[in-house]
Every structure is written in C-alpha cells, then in structure tokens.
Design a protein around this ligand. Structure first.
Ligand SMILES: Nc1ncnc2c1ncn2[C@@H]1O[C@H](COP(=O)(O)OP(=O)(O)OP(=O)(O)O)[C@@H](O)[C@H]1O
Ligand SMILES: [Mg+2]
Length: 311
C-alpha cells in the first residue's frame, strides 16, 4: 500500500532563515503520525506546505498520492486542516458554523452531517448558542468538527489539544483514535509528548531543520538508557554524604531537593553497586525508585545533544 504522505528532502527558508533544511518522512495510510518539535522548530511550516498554503523551496511532498506543488487542488480535495488557532466564526452558532462549511463543500445532507458532528463532539446542548459563548475547548472541538465535513482522507491537526483540560484532552484523543480506526490518516503536531505517546503510530522529531529521530514511541524510548535510579533522603546531611560518595563512579543529577538521580547502565551489577556503597557507608535512602524513560527524556536527549554539537 502506498503512503498517505510522502515527504522527501523538503526545504523552506523565510528571508535568510532556513527553517526546514532537509525534512523527509513517510506516513502510511490510516495511521496517526505525530511531528514533535520545540517552539519555532517548523511544525506549522511543514503543515502549511503539506496543505498547500505555502510552497516549499525544494524537495517533494505528496499527499493522498498528489504532488502538493503540481496538483494543489487535488490535494485540497482530499485533506482538512485544523490550524493552530481556532477558525470558527464568533457571530454564528455552532450549528451554523457547521452548516456553512457543509454548504461550501457541497455536502448533500449538510443538516444531518452537522447534527451528527455536534453529537460526536459533545456540542449538542450548546449547538444553537452563539460561538462567542463557547469555552476554549468547545471552540476547538467545533473547529475540528468543521474540518471533518466532507470526509477528508488525510486530516492535519496543528496542536489539537493545546490549552485543554485533561477531560477535554481525553475526549479529543478518543476522536482522533476513532478517525484512524475509520481509515483516515491523521497528521498532528503537539507539544505534549504524552499525547504523541498515546496516539501516534509513528513519531518524528523535528530539530534544527531536520528529522533527528523517528519511530514508534517504544523505539524512541530505547534511545535513552533505562537505568536511572532516584534516591530520596530524609535529611540534607545524608543526601550530601550520598552525593559525595557516589559522585566518583556515577553520573549524578541533583538539585536543591532531597533526591539524587543516578545514571546506571541498568544492569543488576551496576545498580547493586550503588546500594552496596551506600550500605558500606551506612547511608540509608528513605525511598528509591527506578525511573522509566519517557518521551520527554528522549526529546531532551535528542534535542539537547544536537544543540551542544552545533555549538
Ligand atoms: N511567514 C513567515 N515569515 C517569516 N518567518 C516565518 C514565517 N512563518 C514562520 N516563520 C519562522 O519560521 C520558524 C518556524 O515557525 P513555525 O511556525 O513553523 O514553528 P512551529 O514549530 O510551528 O512553532 P510553535 O510550536 O510555536 O507553533 C519560526 O522561527 C518562525 O518565526
Ligand atoms: Mg506551530
């Protein structure tokens, strides 16, 4: 099966600032792809190119089998975009916003489609109220509902849950999952790594104009060592003593608090070595735990180390 999105060596500069230097990735049909990157990394720029809003300076991109530069109209027929900032019309009600888009896209049963989407996004009760009275989360849900009219095969969501409370976020995650289950390809950007972890089949990290890592969440987590242990001490003296004791031989992270984080290779021998040293010095931690790598650790490691290399 061919890919829903295929990007090869994409380049884009604004004036003399090179935002995308060499970006390549591929998104299989019916899967969820998450593009991660810090503020200003070029996520929205990438989405803008793939949705034909702006043109790349070089490289190629196809969406739903059509080249974005050569056949932008064909691409537009296949996709929807929910931008980073809600595009709902405040002067209309929720239902009217949906009907308007339905008419623009020549949907035959736009009233029925609007009702169905209002139900699916939990906006039935508020449907006939002016959108100016909606909360941020409701506006965002309406915005995404609007983008689904016309059953696009590829959906672009630029930071779909930014500013959501946990409940609204969970609801949006369910919506995104059900889109993918229905065969829709979802391309999303997010600043919440947990969101990428939860939703994405494939994650790509955009940093300094390039994709510096990609894979499943599990594959990315293997990029950081799994052997971090955290020791918490009941008083400052024992914490300081432990820090002195372990500093030679281990990589320590410490702040003002009572906890020391120690990097090991994850082997029993090396972890045991930490505890043997502490026991021999009669220093007893109040608590200890092994830290499981999160995508945050991966992100910091990848983007942090590349920063240093660039200096
Ligand atoms: N039209 C433009 N003209 C000049 N510079 C631009 C333009 N659009 C984007 N940029 C610059 O390109 C860089 C990437 O911007 P972009 O919006 O793609 O980042 P982003 O990853 O989406 O960031 P955020 O997480 O803050 O949304 C930024 O430095 C931005 O200032
Ligand atoms: Mg952005």
């Amino acid at each position: 099966m061919d890919a829903a999105i295929e990007v090869r060596s994409l380049r884009k500069s604004f004036k003399n600032v090179s935002v995308l230097k060499d970006v390549s990735f591929s998104v299989p049909r019916g899967t969820v792809f998450a593009l991660l990157g810090s503020n200003g990394a070029g996520k929205t720029t990438t989405i803008n190119i793939l949705t034909t809003l702006i043109r790349a300076d070089g490289g190629t991109a196809t969406v739903a089998g059509h080249d974005v530069a050569a056949s932008p109209d064909k691409v537009r027929n296949e996709i929807s975009l929910t931008g980073q900032f809600a595009a709902v019309d405040d002067r209309l009600t929720g239902r009217e916003n949906l009907l308007l888009i339905g008419d623009l896209r020549h949907v035959r049963d736009s009233a029925e489609t609007a009702s169905e989407l209002l139900r699916r996004f939990g906006l039935e009760e508020a449907a006939d109220r002016g959108v100016s009275t909606f909360s941020g989360g409701m506006r965002r849900r309406l915005d995404i509902a609007m983008s689904l009219i016309g059953a696009p095969s590829v959906v672009f969501l630029d930071e779909p849950t930014t500013g959501f409370d946990p409940e609204a976020r969970n609801e949006m995650w369910r919506t995104i999952r059900s889109l993918a289950e229905g065969g829709t390809t979802v391309f999303l950007t997010t600043q919440y790594l947990e969101e990428a972890d939860e939703l994405a089949d494939t994650i790509a990290v955009l940093h300094q104009g390039k994709i510096v890592a990609s894979g499943t969440a599990g594959e990315l987590k293997k990029l950081v060592p799994g052997g971090l242990i955290e020791l918490t001490f009941s008083d400052k003296d024992s914490r300081d003593a432990a820090s002195m004791l372990l500093r030679s031989g281990y990589e320590l992270t410490e702040d003002e608090g009572p906890t020391l984080t120690i990097a090991t290779d994850g082997s029993v021998a090396e972890v045991a070595g930490v505890f043997v040293r502490l026991r021999d010095a009669r220093i007893e931690p109040a608590e200890f735990s092994q830290k499981v790598a999160t995508l945050d650790d991966v992100f910091l490691k990848i983007t942090g180390s590349t920063d240093r290399e660039a200096e």
